[in-house]
Write a protein that binds this ligand. Structure first.
Ligand SMILES: Cc1cc2nc3c(=O)[nH]c(=O)nc-3n(C[C@H](O)[C@H](O)[C@H](O)COP(=O)(O)O)c2cc1C
Length: 203
């Protein structure tokens, strides 16, 4: 069976740690995880987390996260429009922008493709593939809200990184997992990240 293919994009909104947690959660599956990080995403990630720049693959190697033997991280330069992700002929199982800045949201909502994140998202919408956006800003202007509506009308899933508290999160990791679990649900992946409402543990 071919490994699943996912695209994870990290943009310059606060909360790149959601993207990092999502990537490590996807490493539990036999999957190719294509990672795109905008230049602002890289700067904010370096400011907010223990990521100190360089290749994201090296970052995860140093973390020694338990991963499936069939899992691979492939970082792609956001300026590389020759990458397979830029084409509708590249088939994959879903793209997640975590977090999604208002800049990237605006680009996606109006069909601009200034970098490979925008282009890959645009391709998802035209090819009717799963596109999940985790928009992060507060408060939201009418422009932000309208851009979310436009993206949702075009087929994107708007999944704000707003953790639930009904699972009684005790740590930042619990808060992250409360959001990442919903992302995995929308990628149709079985997982046990959080206890489900109405069930003993999960699924
Ligand atoms: C520390 C820091 C935090 C930021 N947080 C946000 C945010 O939460 N949401 C947002 O839309 N932009 C935020 N920005 C601004 C974006 O980084 C900026 O708009 C950038 O152009 C986004 O580019 P990108 O969409 O290509 O990643 C932040 C910037 C910095 C330096």
């Amino acid at each position: 069976m071919n490994p699943k293919k996912f695209i994870v994009a990290i943009t310059g909104a606060s909360g790149g740690i959601y993207g990092l947690r999502l990537i490590s959660a996807l490493m539990a599956f036999p999957a190719d995880v294509f990672v795109l990080i905008s230049s602002s995403g890289r700067a904010v990630l370096t400011h907010e987390t223990d990521f100190s720049g360089g290749q994201i693959t090296e970052y995860f190697e140093k973390k020694s996260i338990a991963s499936h033997e069939g899992a691979r991280i492939l970082e792609i330069d956001v300026a590389d429009f020759f990458a397979p992700l830029a084409s509708g002929s590249f088939r994959h199982d879903g793209m997640v922008v975590a977090p999604c800045s208002m800049n990237t949201l605006a680009a996606i909502a109006c069909g601009r493709t200034d970098n490979l994140i925008h282009r890959a998202a645009d391709v998802c919408l035209k090819e009717k593939r799963t596109l999940i956006l985790l928009p992060r800003e507060s408060p939201l202007s009418l422009i932000h809200l309208k851009n979310m509506v436009r993206a949702a009308e075009a087929g994107a899933v708007i999944l704000p990184p707003s953790p639930g508290f009904y699972t009684h999160p005790a740590t930042i990791a619990d808060l992250l997992d409360s959001v990442v679990a919903r992302v995995l649900d929308h990628l149709d992946l079985d997982h046990e990240l959080i206890a489900r409402w109405g069930g003993k543990t999960t699924c």
